[in-house]
Design a protein around this ligand. Structure first.
Ligand code: PBG
Length: 327
């Protein structure tokens, strides 16, 4: 059969029909809202490259988390900016750090909200790399115990999910063992499994003050040219105990999301990163793009590719827009 008997336009004739045959829908339950947490009280700082995004002290982060929860967002992920940095990143695993304090306050303010924490050293090391440096290199194995100590500290504060974003080999296994040993076997691991060395993280590095002071991250984050390698990364993380695996960035890596979702049965997350957010904001501010339409279309595309949920700085707005649309 073909034209003229077959006409694909028939099922596009009305919104009722389009809704009926729609393959993928967005839902507020699809979003995780990232928050940047700084030390102090009653403090906010704007992030220039991410209009609308603020760094907040733990008390204000808790208020923002509650607002997100009220808008329908099921989860937040926290990134910390410590009071000071050192070569080992030792403030990452201090129980009185901004992330640890914010976790506890958010759990008070919105007990049902799922609290995730980013586990990495780059915001905490004075050189800005995601692991510790030995002989001029980012030392994989020496970084593992520090990452594990950080994850345990987050769990102790009350985190539901820890999310290692460092890309050291073996860190999921090291974190799983440490959590289990310390009595946190219920805490889940969301691994940044296929995390690419991407220029789309530029604005985040301003937000989190985490740009490397020398070199780049290409010895540990993935080469953007490689898709098959992502499947190896995911397989290893699943084998080491990852409960959820993430692909990052999202829009430029939809093929990777699709390949991972087709191959693995664990939930797949995707991160619509800072550069994706900044591009849309810039286009919208210039009057060149319809922000709402572009955001919802992008999120839908990420979900269609196979992501079960999406980390997005637009999480709260997206929930509001979906509600307005009555979807
Ligand atoms: C920390 C980390 C980064 C992002 C999430 N966790 C930055 C990086 O790897 O340089 C990027 C998130 C974003 O761009 O929104 N390692």
């Amino acid at each position: 059969m073909g034209f003229p008997e077959q006409r694909l336009r028939r099922l596009r004739e009305s919104e009722g029909l389009r809704r009926l045959v729609r393959e993928v829908r967005l839902d507020p339950a699809d979003f995780v809202y990232p928050l940047f947490v700084v030390a102090g009280r009653d403090r906010t700082e704007a992030v220039e490259a991410m209009p609308g995004v603020l760094r907040r002290s733990p008390d204000l982060a808790a208020g923002e988390a509650r607002r997100a929860h009220e808008a329908g967002v099921p989860a937040v992920i926290l990134f910390g900016l410590p009071a000071s940095k050192d070569p080992e990143g030792s403030h990452a695993w201090r129980d009185d750090g901004p992330v640890q304090e914010a976790v506890a306050r958010i759990k008070d303010a919105a007990p049902e909200l799922v609290v995730m924490t980013d586990v990495c050293l780059c915001q905490y090391t004075d050189h800005g790399h995601c692991g510790v440096i030995r002989d001029g290199r980012v030392d994989n194995d020496a970084s593992l115990e520090r990452l594990a100590a950080t994850a345990v500290s987050h769990a102790r504060a009350g985190a539901d999910v820890v999310a290692p974003s460092d890309m050291m080999d073996g860190r999921v296994g090291a974190i799983r063992r440490a959590l289990d040993q310390e009595g946190y076997s219920q805490v889940a691991i969301l691994s940044y499994a296929a995390k690419y060395a991407s220029a789309f993280y530029g604005p985040f590095r301003e937000a989190a003050d985490s740009a490397p002071r020398f070199g780049d991250r290409r010895t540990y984050q993935m080469d953007p040219a490689n898709g098959r390698e992502a499947l190896q990364e995911v397989a290893l993380d699943v084998q080491e105990g990852a409960d959820i695996v993430m692909v990052k960035p999202a829009l430029a890596y939809l093929d990777v999301i699709a390949a991972v979702a087709a191959r693995f049965d664990v939930p797949v997350a995707a991160y619509a990163v800072s550069g994706e957010y900044a591009m849309i904001k810039a286009g919208a501010q210039a009057g060149w793009l319809d922000e709402r339409a572009v955001v919802l279309e992008s999120l839908l595309a990420i979900k269609r590719a196979g992501a079960r949920f999406i980390l997005t700085y637009h999480a709260v707005e997206a929930c509001r827009w979906l509600e307005e649309d009555g979807l």
